[in-house]
Design a protein around this ligand. Sequence first.
Ligand code: NPG
Length: 381
Amino acid sequence: MRVREVELRLVALPLVRPFRTSFGEATDKVCILARVVTDEAEGWGECVADVEPDFGAEFNEGAWALLRDLLVPALFRAGDVAAGDVEGLFASVRGNTMAKATLVNAVLDAELRAAGRSLAEHLGAARDRIACGVSVGIARTTEALLDQVEGYLAEGYRRIKLKIAPGLDVGRVRAVRDRWPDATLSVDANAAYAPDDIDVFLALDDLDLLMVEQPLHHDDLVRHAALQSRIRTDVCLDESVKRADDAAVALEIGACRIVNVKQGRVGGVFEARRVHDVCRGAGAPVWCGGMLETGVGRATNLAVAALPGFSLPGDTSPSARYFHEDLTPPFEMAPDGTMAVPSGPGLGVDPVPERLEARTRRREVLRAGATTPWAAPAPSV
Ligand code: NPG
């Protein structure tokens, strides 16, 4: 397959309610979408980077520059490519897994659409419906949090994840646990704590949590191992796992017992499957994380979440939990808290053209053979 053209769009969708985490508050989802045009079919990829480099080191403007100036030109120069080659084309670019994932996934989508195969089937899906959880942002008050949790439980979500931050942790979580003694609850700190905060985690140990996610600094597997050895609750790592080998090391040294797999964080669906395989081999449960994706990224996540090792409900909520109107036809959750995995060719969904147009803040079309404005000779990626 030859990639002839890549269209980048920066899109913005208002969220139905602000989403607050320990690192900030989002009122809109702003992300890059790539549409690759090949001689056989078109494919879509969504970049999970955000406006600011807060969850990870990548951010939209940086990812856009990298895509435009290095990654897309590398794809053009490669000529005839298969989706499985794309990671290799980017091997000399360190990190930047979110930007790379955008093109890895888009080229694979084009390839699968041309072949008439679904992404889920191609990856090795074991099921056609997946269990949905919901991630609840930090609320203004405990009462507001209880109201939100009540609504989500009534909708049928199989697991409630509460975002926590120093000072907004044990009391809040205990209030939810007291009201719903049997609910499946977890917490996510987004790396907001230090090893000295051990008392918070010892107190959370009494609240029967499914897991405590990313309590400490994203680069500190050793301190996570020390923490895990002192608490009963399973530690889950998210930000710390940027590639499959991070998961292998984390499990080997006891830094966690569960892994959150986000294909967009680890460089795309192939590396996500490798993370899954490593964890499965080690007997560690995995689940599918989310980054408030539009329907394009959501379809990608659902295909990954259908792999056999995904044994816990993911942050894979229906479109209405995020947006008044998604870019694609909406993903819906059944009353039993499950969602269908798309089964059409490739991602199985397309952005609705008028919605995409209305939500686009910037668009740039890159064409194979056209000179890049910034550099000659071409870099050796
Ligand atoms: O349902 O997509 C979702 C959101 C799940 O909590 C969620 N995501 O830290 O995992 C996270 C968090 C996140 C959202 C991180 C947006 C970065 C950006």
